[in-house]
Design a protein around this ligand. Structure first.
Ligand SMILES: Nc1ncnc2c1ncn2[C@@H]1O[C@H](COP(=O)(O)OP(=O)(O)OP(=O)(O)O)[C@@H](O)[C@H]1O
Ligand SMILES: [Mg+2]
Length: 499
């Protein structure tokens, strides 16, 4: 214990003896420490040992009322103050106990798990800042970390997490609608881009566009705004590198085989991408009249007319949607410190998986060939893409996430419906940021995130902008409750006011 440590109370054998999980402390004053706050216990017997704990509950009991006075209160309806004549305003008549969850034992510079309980009568003190943030595993090097906010109960402690560890482990942000997910994603994007790392966000409502403005109206982040079908198209050549993506459009296995054969033939004639597609769909004169080239190739290779016609309609429909075209150079759309927004607002829901999966494949290729720097990819409404059903796009996106960290791509999944996400994706994610959540969604994620009974209760009532962060990024895989900081850029997800 140092001279400046203020003693809050002492470890007590009541209501329960200290053990290696919890201890109780009798407090000197009810207002000195609050639920969720971190405290330090300096062991009374072992002078080199301290314990780091967190207050998880506080009991407040008056010893001024004897049991007969309580019965008298009940019978007569007279208030306690009158029965014991002013004693309730005297602090010495109160006993306040704090239940402290023991997190670490620290001997010198060694941070250990708690294998022995603290000694009865050990003082409980507040000792914060460097010590606590270091022990929790927060980063002290701001230039290389993501500073997301403050500890909810210890407002003087910044939660700064190591950028490299966080991005290589993948991140999930879950919470009910309006709980603060996109706002927090914006905070992380501000941090990541300010460290020079590019970010790509698949945005359903164009809500990240406002990040080009600072909250004070000045300049925000550099944005590359891509609107599929308008200023960006998908190269059919890229789609043909992972043609199973097309199964998401309802193309059957037989049709896909025909497409692969026909595309190979187009390539052998010097066509590729959109050119190859058009070449396959063009009318060719025959003795029996004009026929699509796709038809001739298909018949030649023994495919049925139903398969050929089915594929033809789907390819024609795809072409008419305007999202297939010249494609894009990945180097032009992902740049250091820039936020690239893939604006899906006007992309038909039936095409979104195709767009997301194709662009992700292209990012993967770009990274493998080192054409673009390491980056963070943010997928809003992730339950639409990494579904629990075995859809082709879900498979492709899961493969992308699985491989991503090996070639320097962090993935951040955002969802208000985590129960709709595939278990693979949840298993791959290391850092969970959990906002207010209830019901089946909470039930589902508790299999993946190590949350205590108390935390699970609390998550259902969290105010907006407050989240639990859990994962190996916090030392010992612990969970911390964090108040997400204010945005430096404008948030575009405000709900519309009715009056
Ligand atoms: N950390 C915060 N500080 C201040 N206000 C916040 C914070 N987080 C959220 N809010 C407020 O809560 C509102 C809703 O947050 P947000 O848009 O992030 O919700 P969401 O979880 O993404 O919801 P949805 O699932 O509907 O997209 C924001 O518009 C903002 O006003
Ligand atoms: Mg949102």
């Amino acid at each position: 214990m140092t001279t400046q440590d203020e003693i809050l109370g002492f470890v007590s054998p009541e209501p329960e003896m200290p053990n290696t999980f919890y201890c109780w402390a009798v407090l000197r004053d009810i207002d000195k420490v609050k639920k969720d706050e971190f405290v330090v216990i300096t062991d009374a017997k072992r002078k080199d040992t301290i314990f780091i704990g967190q207050v998880i509950d506080i009991n407040n009991q008056t010893i001024a009322l004897k049991s007969f006075s309580r019965e008298e209160m009940l019978r007569s309806g007279i208030e306690a103050e009158q029965i014991i004549k002013g004693a309730l305003s005297r602090p010495e008549y109160f006993k306040v106990y704090a239940k402290v969850k023991l997190l670490y034992k620290v001997i010198g510079n060694n941070i250990l798990s708690v294998d022995t309980p603290p000694t009865d009568t050990s003082p409980i003190v507040k000792r914060y800042l460097d010590l606590l943030s270091m022990i929790l595993g927060f980063s002290s090097d701001r230039s290389n970390s993501i500073c997301i906010g403050k500890l909810y109960a210890n407002k003087d402690i910044d939660v700064c997490l190591d950028l490299n560890k966080m991005l290589s482990g993948h991140i999930a942000i879950f919470g009910q609608t309006g709980s603060g997910k996109s706002y927090a994603a914006g905070v992380i994007i501000e941090e990541v881009t300010s460290r020079g790392v590019p970010v790509v966000v698949f945005d359903h409502m164009g809500e990240y566009l406002s990040m080009s403005k600072a909250a004070d109206g000045g300049k925000g982040i550099n944005i590359i705004h891509l609107v599929p079908g308008s200023n960006i198209t998908l190269d059919f050549e890229d789609i043909m590198k992972a043609p199973q993506i097309l199964l998401s459009l309802g193309i059957t296995d037989a049709q896909l085989n025909l497409l692969k054969d026909a595309y190979t033939e187009a390539v052998s004639h010097g066509f590729k991408g959109l050119g190859a597609l058009k070449w396959l769909l063009i009318d060719v004169p025959t003795q029996k009249g004009a026929r699509k080239r796709l038809y001739l190739i298909g018949r030649n290779r023994g495919y049925s007319t139903a398969t050929i016609d089915g594929l033809r309609w789907k390819l024609e429909a795809l072409l008419s949607r305007g999202i297939i075209g010249q494609g894009f150079d990945i180097k032009n759309v992902i740049k250091p410190g820039h936020l690239t927004i893939i604006d899906l607002t006007n992309v038909d829901a039936s095409n979104r998986s195709l767009v997301v999966a194709t662009i992700l494949s292209k990012i993967a290729e770009g990274r493998k060939q080192n054409l673009i720097p390491p980056l963070l990819v943010v997928i809003e409404e992730a339950h639409n893409y990494v579904t629990r059903d075995e859809t082709p796009s879900s498979l492709i996106i899961r493969d992308f996430i699985r491989g991503a960290r090996h070639w320097g791509t962090g993935v951040m999944l955002i969802s208000q419906r985590p129960a709709g996400l595939h278990t693979d994706a949840l298993n791959i994610v290391n850092t969970h940021i959990i906002f207010r959540l209830k019901g089946t969604d909470l039930e589902y994620i508790k299999q993946f995130a190590p949350l205590t009974k108390e935390e699970l209760e609390d998550i259902q009532r969290l105010p907006e902008g407050v989240a639990y962060i859990t994962g190996p990024i916090i030392r010992g895989g612990l969970t911390v409750k964090v108040a997400i900081r204010k945005r430096r850029t404008m948030h575009g997800g405000e709900s519309v006011k009715f009056t």
